[in-house]
Design a binder for this molecule. Structure first.
Ligand code: ADP
Length: 479
C-alpha cells in the first residue's frame, strides 16, 4: 500500500494525527450536544403543549346561556397557543385569534380521534404540533386542540448547529497549530542531536550528543547513545593502540633479522661463521613466528572463530606435563619447579587451550623469578571449583600494575637477564581460562606472585555428576 500521501516528517505526522483525532472528537462531541439539545427542545415543546392544554381547560368560562367562552388576556395573546375547542360532535365552540388566522388543515381529522396524543402536521414555515384531547369544561364534554409551531425550536437548533459547525474548523485549526508548535518544540532536540551526530566521525569520537533533559525520553536516548559512543571511542583507541603495538613488535625482530643478515654478508666467512649468522637469524624468525602465532590466537578469538572443545581435562596431569616441558627452563636458572597435588581436580574444557594458559603462567614465573628461586604449581578442588595456582618467589607485581598486566601488549618491569616479552602472554592466558568458563586472577604471595586459575569442577566418576561432559563445542567470549 502506498503511503505517499503520508507526511514524511515526524512533526507533520504528529500534527496530522493530532488534527485527525481532534476532528473526530470534536465532531462526535458536537453531534452529541446537538442530539441532546434537539431532544430536550422537542420534549420542552411537548411539555409546553400539555401545560397549554391544562391551562386552556382551566381558563374556560360558562356564559349565562350555557355557552362557553375563553378569556384572552394580552399576555395570552402575546404567546397564545393555537387553540381550538369543539363539541364532542366536532362542532366548533371557540378558537383563539391565532387559530382563526391560521387554520391547520389536518386539525379536523385529528379532532375525530382525541386521544391526548401530540401530532406534528405540516405547517407553513415549519411543522405544527397539535395536542388533541378531551376535557370537561363547565360540566360539558369538549375536545380541546392546542398547537404550537416548531419554528422557534428549529431556529434555536439551527443557530446551535451553526455555532457548532463554525466552531469545528476554528477549534481544529487552533488544535492543529498548537499541535504543530508542541511537536516542533518537543522534537527540536532531535534536530540538534542529528546535527551533532552528523559531525561525529571516526576521528571525532570524543564528541557527544547534547542532553537537554536526562529524565525525558529523548534525554535517555541521547544518554544511551553517548554511552555507546564512549564504548566505541574506547574500542577505537584500543584498536589503534593495538595496531601501533603490533607494528612495533613485529618490526623489532624483522629489523634484527635484517641487520644480522646485512652484517653477515658484509665480509666473507667460513661455514661456522655463516652457521652462527643463520642461527641468530632463525632465533629472531622464531620469535617473530611465536608472536604472529599469539596475535593470530587473539585475533581469531576476537573474531569468535575459536571453538573450544568440551573434553574432560585432568588438571593434575596437565600440570605435570607442563612442569615436565618447562622444567629445563627452570633448571637453567637453578630454580625448583614442583607440582603439588591436593586431590583430584577435573574440569570440562579444551586441553590444548588450557595447556597454553598454564604454559604462559609457568613461563612467566620462571622468567620473572631470579636464579635459585622456587616455582610451585598447586592443583586442588573444593566447593565445585577446580583450581590451579602458579606461585613464584620472584619480584611480584606492584599493586598499581596488577589491573593492567592482563592487557594486551602491557609490559611491566622486565627481568634483568633474558629475552623481553611482548606483553601478550597473560592476555592469552586470561582469554584461554575464561573461554573454558573459568577465571584467572592475580594475588600477591609473599614477595612473589600467585596466579590462580579457577574452573568449574567436573566429577568424572559418574555421568550424572558431570552434565557438561559431551556438551557441544563452545564459542568462547572474546579475550
Ligand atoms: P610478557 O611477554 O611481557 O611476559 P605477559 O602478558 O605475560 O607479557 O605479562 C605482562 C607483564 O606482567 C609482564 O611484562 C610482567 O611485568 C608482569 N608479570 C607477568 N607474570 C609475572 C610474574 N610471575 N612475576 C612478576 N611479574 C609478572
Amino acid at each position: 500500500m502506498s503511503r505517499r500521501w503520508f507526511p514524511r516528517s515526524l512533526r507533520m505526522r504528529l500534527t496530522a494525527l493530532h488534527v485527525a483525532a481532534m476532528v473526530l472528537v470534536v465532531t462526535l462531541y458536537a453531534a452529541a450536544v446537538f442530539a441532546l439539545e434537539a431532544r430536550n427542545a422537542s420534549r420542552g415543546l411537548d411539555d409546553r403543549l400539555r401545560s397549554d392544554f391544562r391551562w386552556a381547560a382551566d381558563m374556560a368560562q360558562t356564559n349565562r346561556d350555557g355557552s362557553l367562552s375563553w378569556f384572552e388576556s394580552d399576555e395570552w395573546q402575546e404567546d397564545s397557543p393555537w387553540l381550538n375547542v369543539l363539541t364532542e360532535n366536532g362542532e366548533p365552540i371557540f378558537r383563539t385569534a391565532l387559530a382563526r388566522r391560521l387554520p391547520v388543515p389536518g386539525s379536523a381529522a385529528l379532532a375525530r380521534n382525541p386521544d391526548g396524543g401530540i401530532v406534528a402536521v405540516p405547517g407553513g414555515v415549519a411543522p405544527f404540533r397539535i395536542l388533541t384531547g378531551r376535557a370537561r369544561v363547565g360540566g360539558q364534554r369538549v375536545i380541546i386542540q392546542v398547537g404550537r409551531s416548531e419554528a422557534p425550536m428549529r431556529q434555536a437548533l439551527t443557530e446551535l448547529l451553526l455555532v457548532l459547525v463554525l466552531g469545528l474548523p476554528l477549534s481544529v485549526t487552533a488544535a492543529g497549530l498548537g499541535g504543530y508548535w508542541l511537536a516542533r518544540g518537543a522534537l527540536a532536540p532531535v534536530d540538534r542531536m542529528a546535527e551533532r551526530a552528523r559531525a561525529i566521525t571516526a576521528e571525532r569520537l570524543g564528541e557527544r550528543l547534547p542532553v537537554d533533559n536526562p529524565a525525558d525520553e529523548l534525554g535517555r536516548l541521547a544518554t544511551v547513545f553517548n554511552a555507546t559512543l564512549g564504548r566505541l571511542e574506547a574500542s577505537f583507541r584500543e584498536m589503534r593502540r593495538f595496531t601501533a603495538n603490533v607494528s612495533h613488535e613485529l618490526r623489532t625482530p624483522l629489523t634484527a633479522i635484517r641487520s644480522v643478515g646485512e652484517v653477515g654478508l658484509r665480509e666473507p666467512r667460513d661455514a661456522a661463521g655463516y652457521r652462527q649468522v643463520i642461527g641468530s637469524m632463525l632465533e629472531d624468525a622464531n620469535r617473530l613466528a611465536n608472536m604472529v602465532d599469539r596475535l593470530l590466537t587473539l585475533s581469531r578469538a576476537d573474531a569468535g572463530d575459536v571453538k573450544v572443545a568440551s573434553d574432560p581435562v585432568d588438571l593434575a596431569a596437565l600440570a605435570e606435563h607442563v612442569a615436565a616441558d618447562l622444567g629445563v627452563l627452570a633448571e637453567e636458572k637453578d630454580q625448583s619447579l614442583a607440582v603439588q597435588l591436593d586431590g583430584p581436580a577435573h574440569c570440562v574444557g579444551d586441553r590444548i587451550v588450557l595447556r597454553q594458559a598454564l604454559i604462559n603462567l609457568v613461563d612467566n614465573a620462571i622468567k620473572y623469578t631470579p636464579r635459585g628461586g622456587t616455582i610451585g604449581i598447586r592443583v586442588a578442588a573444593a566447593n565445585g571449583q577446580a583450581a590451579v595456582d602458579v606461585s613464584d618467589t620472584g619480584c611480584g607485581i606492584a599493586p598499581e600494575l596488577r589491573e593492567r598486566v592482563f592487557d594486551r601488549f602491557y609490559r611491566g618491569p622486565q627481568p634483568e637477564a633474558g629475552e623481553a616479552g611482548a606483553g601478550l602472554g597473560l592476555a592469552i592466558a586470561k582469554w584461554a581460562v575464561e573461554a573454558n568458563g573459568g577465571t584467572l586472577a592475580y594475588s600477591p604471595a609473599g614477595d612473589g606472585s600467585l596466579f590462580r586459575m579457577r574452573l568449574p569442577q567436573a566429577f568424572l566418576d559418574g555421568a550424572a555428576r558431570h552434565p557438561q561432559l559431551g556438551a557441544a563445542p563452545r564459542t568462547p567470549a572474546k579475550p
